[in-house]
Design a protein around this ligand. Structure first.
Ligand SMILES: Nc1ncnc2c1ncn2[C@@H]1O[C@H](COP(=O)(O)OP(=O)(O)O)[C@@H](O)[C@H]1O
Ligand SMILES: [Mg+2]
Length: 294
């Protein structure tokens, strides 16, 4: 689609292609946005290379320029982020690498309810002109958008690092601003339950605990703490556990509260395993982890 611009000093519209050798002028069909408003062109090629997942890439990652992203619905809404299911597929193709469903975690940049609530507190100090009010509103919306982008980026970095270390986390496919696309963790085609929702029999429970301990110790060995580990941020994909929700990963040594966070993570998971009948103790685990860390 080309636009006609008025010639300076006149209202006459000129054809910007006037005088161009017709051999260089061709008709083209613009890549229309998909008709369905639940769809968009795959954003894989529009993000910077550094915003795409680490190598070696799993064979299911869809990289085709012809792929379309389709919103399948919401998986879970949360305070800071919502998780959706998004299918990325080359239309009419079922081949591996041409069709996949991913989890899309979208951090909330602009929560207008929050803005209105905080406006309530400043009612007595109303700004005189609406321009300032607008600027403030804009500034705080901007501030929230920046914060959301930082959380998304922090989670992206943690996922990439841990996945590369071979730790059981979802494969991070790409990041685009406040949206993180990652491997969808499933059991028999459905979203894997959170550990909190499962009641494993004894042998599986023991194996689950070993996996959680390995996770904690692998992180500690690399100077990291999950920071919000609990049976709600661990998915049970059959016999394998997958740890999620990693925006707040903490530096065990550099952060003055690193040890406190580690003990809290140990306490949260041990409490759940104890409630399921396993005799485990957070202080024993904590001590063991520290010997791995230093
Ligand atoms: N990769 C994933 N695969 C399957 N389910 C997921 C995935 N990521 C998140 N979920 C689901 O979404 C929920 C919220 O995700 P989470 O990362 O824990 O965000 P929040 O900050 O809202 O707790 C999880 O408890 C889980 O049920
Ligand atoms: Mg969570």
């Amino acid at each position: 689609m080309h636009s006609y611009v008025p010639e300076p000093g006149t209202d006459r519209l000129t054809d910007p292609f006037e005088g161009i050798d017709p051999r260089f002028v061709f008709d083209f069909n613009s890549y229309d946005e998909p008709d369905d408003d639940r769809q968009r062109w795959s954003t894989w090629l529009s993000v910077e290379p550094l915003c795409r997942g680490p190598e070696p890439r799993p064979d299911w990652v869809v990289t085709s320029q012809a792929a379309v992203d389709t919103e399948l619905g919401v998986l879970k809404t949360g305070k800071e982020a919502d998780v959706f299911l998004v299918e990325r597929a080359v239309p009419e193709s079922d081949a591996v690498g041409e069709s996949v469903v991913m989890a899309a975690k979208r951090y909330r940049g602009e929560d207008h309810r929050d803005f209105h609530r905080s406006a309530g507190y400043t009612d007595g100090r109303r700004l005189r002109n609406t321009r300032d009010t607008r600027a403030m509103a804009k500034k705080s919306a901007h501030g929230r958008a920046v914060a959301a982008g930082q959380w998304a980026w922090a989670e992206w970095e943690s996922l990439k690092r841990l996945w590369t270390l071979g730790v059981s986390v979802p494969y991070p496919v790409q990041i685009d601003g406040t949206e993180l696309l990652m491997e969808w963790i499933t059991v028999d085609g459905d979203t894997a339950p959170r550990l909190a929702q499962t009641r494993p029999e004894h042998d599986l429970l023991v194996s689950y605990f070993d996996q959680v301990r390995d996770f904690l110790s692998e992180l500690a060995r690399h100077g990291m703490v999950h920071g919000d580990l609990s049976s709600y941020n661990i998915l049970a994909a059959g016999e394998r556990l997958v740890v999620i929700d990693l925006p707040q990963v903490i530096d065990l040594v550099g952060n003055p509260a690193g040890m406190d966070f580690l003990l809290r993570d140990c306490t949260n998971v041990c409490r759940w395993f104890r409630a399921r009948g396993l005799d485990v103790d957070e202080h024993a685990i904590f001590g063991e982890l520290l010997t791995h860390a230093f």
